[in-house]
Every structure is written in structure tokens, then in C-alpha cells.
Write a protein of this length. Structure first.
Length: 391
């Protein structure tokens, strides 16, 4: 769920107008059984989520989006007999989609990457990692003012593709739709049959554990004894093998190139130039997903095509077969990119910051004429306010 921005009234009015215009013609990807879904919204300028709403068709939903222009729009991963009833038991759940969420800033390589912050209480602008309070005044009213690096987003995309390969090869679930979340990661919606939808939370937890390698006994996978003594008869895992052996085979191939069939673990040790650290290969084969999203059978998911009110970018379909640079978020994806707005900065930036590939450095009180992608981002973050352009 998203924390509402601190936008001014003028910013909220402008954003509401922009969002409303967008939803008049936005391409939304809705489930064919949308009448069985709960819908939920968070509106601009509000701290409250409005839940347990139901729409019979796209026309009625679009009317709501145009008239209310929400900051965030969701539907339930669960199908209900009575989606509009607030009580979960009385809704009568019929099954749940299988959804995965990969956030770039939760990846091991990216958790410690410094980010740019502004304290909305005292205005202190700084860079740090892993903070939740202002180092100057102690306030928790911090706002990230930059977007995640392309390197971290590329790592999230790599995890997304690995996830799809594992689901397809090991679990027989090849049909899935991938989306940029609109902010800091990617979603994968698996096209489920009744068997898949009937999985309970425990079933889904076991699936997540398999993806993450939780409890993985590497000795058993490799055929090693408890002493991990290498035998001339033990073969290197190959990518074509099923399960974790195949996943390790992919990781080994990425590190050392494709090895001939019949290559032994002892030979791999010679190729690697020393004792093998299997945790390195396990980490390269592991899929990092937000387990809370997958395990929760009542989870709300962003409507594909809807705007993410943290950034102003829509939830955007990505092609898993496309070149990586084509699936990394950029300002050209913004529905407001052709517009230009005059804004007044309400805070300093901590030096140059990057907003979906666009670089900005600004001081409090500075007037800037910006394209709609960057302007909408700053307005949503409460970092700027619109100014009437009299030029």
C-alpha cells in the first residue's frame, strides 16, 4: 500500500485534472471476471483507502476513474461471490490469482544503495541508506526524491525473467503477464487454472520457499556427502535439468560459460581456480520476491494501466523477451510527457537527482519549466507546487 503524498491544494487540483483526462482514454487491462473482484482506491489528498467496491464492467469502472481521479487503483487477486461485502468471510472467496511482486530496493545488492531524501518537516536534504527518520530533526516525514538506479531496476528485471523461467520450466506455468509497477519494481500475473487459484496461503508459502531456496540442502542437490568431498563421478548440474539442479546449471553457465556434458564437480573446481563457494551459485539462481504479496490470498493488486500515485507513471506491460533497456522505466512512458509545466520548488534537492533517467538539481523557491513526467513526480512527492505560466 502507498503513503499519500503531501501535495498542496493547487498541486492536487492539477493532478486530479491530469489523471482524469488520462483515464478517459487509458488502456486498462482488467480481468474477464471483474464483476467478482473487489476494487479499492486511494484518492489524491486523502489518507484513506476506499475498499469493497464492485463494478460490473469497464464502462462503470472508467466512469469512476474519470470522476474521482484516484492516486492509486486496485482490484483484488481474489474472486468473490459477493465482492462488495466488507466482511471477508461473508464475501465467499472463490479462489485467488497467483501474483508476484519484485521490488528493486529489496534486492540484496540494492538495499544499501544511498538514496536522496528530503525531510518534509524541516526541509533537510540529504543522501543515506536504510533511514526512516531525519538526522537533523528526527521527523519520520521523509520523502525519497530520486528514483531507483537503472542498475537496481535491471537487477529486478533479471529476477523477473528468472522467475518466469522457473515457473514455466519447473511448475508448468508458462503463461504470465509482466508489468512495471509504476514505481520501484515489477509484477508478474500468472494465468491460473482452477487448481492454481485454489492454492491456499501455505501452498503459496511453499512455492515462495522453493523460489528463494529457503531450506535448500545443497549437498543433496549435488549428491555430495556431509563432508562435501568431491568425487570424480559427480557431474556438474546442467541448465536442461529440472528443479534446483537446472537452476544451478544456469548459474554455473552464466559464470563460466556452457560446460560440456560429463563435466565433473572436480573439473569445475579446477576451472573456477579453487574451492567452490556454492552459496554464490545459489544466490545467482535464487528468485527474490515479496512473499507477503504471493502468500496473501486477499491481496489487492494495481490495475494494469492505472497510474501509480507515487510517481505519476502508469503500471506498464513489459515484454519479457525484449531487450533489457526496453523494459526499464523511463520518462517516455509518462502520459504527461508532452506537457510542460511551470513549478516552484518547495525544497532543495540533495545535489543532482535522477527521475526515470532525467537529471534535476534545484533549490527551494526556484521556478522551473519542466516536462510533465518530472513535474508530476515532484508534485506528487510534495516537492513543488504549480505556478500559473504567464509567458
Amino acid at each position: 500500500m502507498s503513503r499519500p503524498g503531501q501535495s498542496s491544494q493547487a498541486a492536487t487540483r492539477l493532478l486530479r485534472s491530469l489523471f482524469s483526462d488520462y483515464y478517459r482514454g487509458a488502456r486498462l487491462e482488467l480481468p474477464p471476471d471483474m464483476e467478482k473482484r473487489e476494487f479499492a482506491f486511494q484518492y489524491l489528498g486523502s489518507h484513506t483507502y476506499h475498499r469493497h467496491l464492485s463494478f460490473r464492467d469497464e464502462k462503470s469502472l472508467r466512469g469512476h476513474l474519470v470522476s474521482k481521479a484516484p492516486a492509486h487503483a486496485y482490484y483484488s487477486s481474489a474472486l468473490f461471490l459477493f465482492p462488495e461485502i466488507p466482511n471477508m468471510e461473508e464475501k465467499k472467496r472463490l479462489g485467488s490469482d497467483l501474483i508476484f511482486d519484485i521490488d528493486a530496493d529489496d534486492l540484496p545488492q540494492c538495499t544499501a544503495v544511498p538514496r536522496a531524501y528530503v525531510c518534509l518537516s524541516c526541509g533537510h536534504a540529504f543522501r543515506a541508506s536504510g533511514v526512516n527518520r531525519c538526522p537533523r530533526c528526527g521527523s519520520g516525514e521523509l520523502e525519497n526524491v530520486d528514483t531507483l538506479s537503472q542498475d537496481c531496476m535491471a537487477r529486478a528485471l533479471e529476477n523477473l525473467r528468472r522467475l518466469h523461467r522457473v515457473l514455466s520450466k519447473d511448475l508448468g506455468l508458462p503463461r504470465a503477464r509482466a508489468y512495471f509497477s509504476g514505481s520501484r519494481g515489477y509484477h508478474l500475473h500468472v494465468e491460473c487454472d482452477d487448481r492454481c487459484r485454489s492454492m491456499d496461503s501455505e501452498d503459496r508459502r511453499e512455492l515462495v520457499d522453493y523460489l528463494k531456496g529457503t531450506g535448500l540442502e545443497i549437498e543433496r542437490v549435488l549428491g555430495l556427502g556431509s563432508r562435501r568431498r568431491l568425487s570424480k563421478d559427480l557431474l556438474v548440474p546442467q541448465p536442461s535439468e529440472p528443479g534446483w539442479r537446472g537452476r544451478l546449471g544456469e548459474a554455473i553457465a552464466l559464470a563460466h560459460g556452457s560446460l560440456p556434458l560429463g563435466t565433473t564437480l572436480a573439473q569445475l573446481e579446477e576451472i573456477a581456480g579453487g574451492r567452490l563457494d556454492w552459496e554464490v551459485y545459489v544466490e545467482r539462481a535464487r528468485v527474490h520476491v515479496d512473499e507477503k504479496v504471493t502468500i496473501d490470498v486477499h491481496r489487492l493488486v494495481r490495475i494494469p494501466g492505472s497510474i501509480n500515485g507515487k510517481t505519476g507513471l502508469p503500471v506498464t506491460r513489459v515484454d519479457l523477451e525484449a531487450a533489457p533497456e526496453e523494459a526499464l522505466p523511463q520518462c517516455s512512458w509518462s502520459p504527461f510527457r508532452e506537457r510542460v509545466f511551470l513549478v516552484k520548488m518547495l525544497h532543495d534537492t540533495p545535489g543532482p537527482i535522477s527521475i526515470f533517467g532525467e537529471t534535476l538539481r534545484a533549490r527551494r523557491g526556484q521556478l522551473l519549466r519542466l516536462d510533465g513526467c518530472v513535474a508530476a513526480y515532484l508534485l506528487l512527492k510534495g516537492l513543488a507546487e504549480p505556478v500559473a505560466d504567464k509567458s
